[in-house]
Design a protein around this ligand. Structure first.
Ligand code: GLN
Length: 510
């Protein structure tokens, strides 16, 4: 077997052409991990309502709680990767937990529902931030190919999301393979498929990680990028054992949404205090950059709070208020499948075009900087939510157009491309080497708050609906979307106005 440090960091980072070859390995692993994750999450709300008899409000809250926990654990995963495990071991350990969780859900989704989810939650925490950080480490400071690399990686994320998001729920609901899988086993197969995706991801990582040279090695390894003394082995084992002991606790916390509230009240302030402590140990320029990173992180909470209606309230909207034909009636599609995977489809198509657009603008010296891109992200998100609002004008008896809904997904996706891959990239640019994992974890922690807020917003919308007619429900939901659209436009405007100040804090990083 090849040695772990076959390539030196220099060799990796001095790659020729557009992309380092290692990015394709990470792309593939992340794609399958997202297949598993989005496959699983795309089934949650629908499964809770139809199979576990949850009310809509409860399902929204529960879904929000699950997602909040998933992303909250990315901070913990990033922290332990920086301090003890290194990115590679974190990723592998997280992947294993995700496999176990998905297998549990596929064996008995009803009885292992929260137990299986607890494994997936913690597993994603160890996997998700660390693979993104490794992408950043393929690039030298100041290499302007980094954003393009993250765009490519983001397309991989969405390829997995697209396939998993559509296929799993469609199998569960009987839209796909219904002739070969009997009704009683559809959900088992659907959750089992998520496990298969994760197994492919991990096998790929295991067989290609040697190409990463020193990237992702454990702290204390003689070849690690940040030099430090070797760590005693018990620390690593303590992380594994501590994590396993945590699983039943997470299971209880996620099953009772009021615990999620307490958890979310505590984890954010704690991480901020920790970050301020780390900030106190670095020089002024590094500190300013971290403050800029924090501003991006805080704004992204608002973005995800609005954007993440997708898995919650939009999932119910899709199930109840959308027709199932698209392109003027040409094709029949499961509206939930479209909701789960339409955005991802547009990302795959648009990400390369956006890469080219940024390069084209850069050549003409008019490429917007990161702050402006973030602002544009909010403006498109807002417009997309106004299009969701507009679905009410196409409704007959409370059932509205899947075409207009899909158009909204397209506009929202343009916003996502201006913010999300750029956010990953800017985290790796603004953080010093030894805080990369933590900062990436914080970036995703913002998503946790976004998800949490999204669940609360979705639940509020659902509350007004009990007993209403389909048309009344449509009106209530679309009123909510209009409101969210407005908030998004306001956030975008604020960012654009603040951009000169934030740029100063970034000390030349763009
Ligand atoms: N869709 C992206 C992913 O799955 C971003 C998720 C997020 O940060 N909320 O990686």
């Amino acid at each position: 077997m090849a040695t772990q440090t076959q390539n030196s960091l220099e060799e990796i980072q001095n790659f020729k052409g557009k992309y380092p070859k290692q990015i394709w390995r990470l792309f593939f692993s992340e794609m399958w991990e997202r297949f598993c994750f989005y496959g699983m999450r795309g089934m949650l709300v629908f499964f809770m309502i139809t199979q576990l008899n949850f009310g809509e409000k409860e399902a929204n809250l529960q879904y929000g709680a699950t997602q909040a926990f998933v992303y909250a654990f990315t901070f913990i995963g990033g922290l332990f990767a920086d301090k003890i495990l290194g990115f590679r071991k974190s990723l592998f350990f997280g992947g294993l937990l995700m496999i176990v969780g998905s297998i549990l859900l596929s064996i008995d989704t009803h009885n292992f529902f929260f137990f299986g989810l607890a494994f997936i939650i913690i597993g994603t925490g160890f996997f998700k931030p660390n693979i993104s950080t490794m992408v950043g480490e393929l690039y030298k400071d100041g290499d302007n190919r980094r954003d393009a690399g993250f765009s490519l990686f983001y397309a991989g994320i969405n390829l997995g999301a697209f396939l998993g998001g559509y296929i799993c729920v469609a199998i569960g609901k009987g839209y796909m393979l219904s002739s070969v899988i009997d009704e009683a086993h559809r959900w088992n197969v659907a959750f089992g498929l998520a496990a298969v995706g994760m197994i492919i991801s991990l096998i790929n990582f295991q067989f290609t990680k040697h190409e990463l040279g020193p990237i992702g090695l454990q702290p204390g390894h003689p070849d690690a990028i940040v030099k430090s003394n070797p760590l005693p082995k018990w620390m690593e084992y303590a992380v594994y054992i501590g994590t396993l002991l945590l699983i039943p606790i997470v299971q209880v916390m996620v099953s009772k949404t009021e615990y999620t509230d307490y958890f979310m009240y505590i984890i954010g302030p704690l991480t901020l205090i920790y970050l301020f402590y780390e900030m106190s140990k670095v020089g002024k320029i590094e500190r300013n950059k971290l403050i800029a990173a924090l501003i991006f992180i805080l704004f992204s909470i608002v973005f995800w709070g609005i954007y993440e209606q997708s898995g919650g309230s939009l999932s119910i909207f899709a199930a109840k208020n959308l027709n199932d034909t698209i392109l003027g009636g040409t094709f029949t599609l499961d509206p939930n499948g479209v909701n789960n995977s339409g955005g991802a489809f547009f990302i795959i198509v648009l990400a390369p075009l956006f890469g080219l657009l940024w390069l084209w603008l850069a050549k003409r010296k008019v490429e917007p900087n990161t702050v402006i891109k973030f602002g544009l992200g909010f403006l498109f998100l807002g417009l997309g939510f106004y299009v969701l609002y507009a679905t009410r004008f196409f409704a007959i008896d409370g059932m509205t157009s899947l075409d207009v809904f899909t158009l909204a997904l397209l506009v929202i996706t343009i916003g996502e491309l201006c913010l999300s891959p750029i956010g990953l990239s800017i985290m790796t640019k603004l953080s010093p080497a030894k805080l990369q994992g933590i900062m990436m974890g914080m970036w995703f922690l913002a998503s946790a708050y976004g998800q949490y807020v999204a669940g609360l917003i979705g639940a509020n919308m659902a509350e007004a609906r009990e007993g209403d007619s389909l048309m009344d429900k449509l009106i209530t939901y679309t009123d909510g979307y209009k409101q969210l659209g407005l908030y998004s436009l306001i956030a975008g405007a604020i960012l654009i106005v603040l951009s000169p100040y934030i740029k100063k804090l970034m000390h030349g990083v763009n």
